[in-house]
Design a protein around this ligand. Sequence first.
Ligand code: NAX
Length: 331
Amino acid sequence: MKKEVKVVVTGAAGQIGYSLIPRLVDGNIFGDRVVNLSLVEIPQVVSKLEGLAMELDDSNFPNLGSINYTDKFADASKDADWFLLVGSIPRGIVYNGKKIEERSDLLQINGGIFVNQGKAIAKHGDENAKVLVVGNPANTNALIGKSAGNIPSQTWMAMTMLDSNRAKSMLAKKISRNISEIKKMIIWGNHSPTMYPDFENAMINNESVANLINDNDWITSEFIPNVQQRGKAVIDARGASSATSAAKAALDTVLACENVTPSGDCFSAAVYSDGAYDVPEGIMCGFPLMTTPDGEIEIIRDLTLSDNARSRLNISVNELLTEKEAVKDLL
Ligand code: NAX
């Protein structure tokens, strides 16, 4: 294993970035390795990163290596091991004189950004680089980025860990168990309100969580919709989208990829579909994943989906196919 790790974070001056970046260098994610940070922002904002760099220095993190900040993604990408692509243009802002309200406009604008980032990662990133897309629409942004470069040894993912963490929290509260006991909490499909949080494969000590709950009404009328709509609920309550929990989920994803997955567990992220579970090839879909002893990220293929789960997954897959169609000129 390398003694140093280089991590690129885009959207570094945003609210997720502020919670995420210090925790990348606190020793909990990369252990003893020195963490070199390459922080990326748009030109209008990049100077603010000087303040963040000052705060990182002042925090006395023993594992903090170099800090660079730039508005040039390709420069930031050189030999990077990890890319946390948080930055994207949110819905509702005025961009090039037009208010961005439609999901299709959002897909196009962010898609253009992810084409360039995908090319730069393929050209300049480490050949085994891992890429986690957080910026929405995360699955389709990741598909665009991966398609632009397409280096098979680099791993592209879109984040669904926050949805998985939210689901675990709701299940643990319902059955008064500690959250750490819940294993195999899989999010299938798109990171959107069509996602399917799979309560049927979730386990506690080899017991099915679904059996322990034994309350189908709660599952269908509270658990599934509340996981699917949790992002909106946080926005309604806080007046801003999830930030510290999103940062924690990004860190949890990195940690899951950096460590061999314990037997009997898996982690959630969207990866490129190769036809597993009959999901059409060529979309970024949420699957159950494991990290192998040689550091590969693989889909766990031996789980069972009930008819109900399958029909919910199909809805999300169809949404991903529609999104793919909307950006086909970028692929
Ligand atoms: P903020 O608006 O606070 O920050 C985003 C930052 O990205 C801004 O500083 C902006 O200047 C920068 N940026 C935009 N385009 C960029 C580019 N091309 N290169 C570099 N930087 C760029 O948003 P924040 O709350 O931090 O959220 C960031 C993204 O995460 C949003 O797209 C949001 O929708 C998404 N989320 C995804 C989640 C997930 O589970 N996948 C959950 C949380 C969050 O909603």
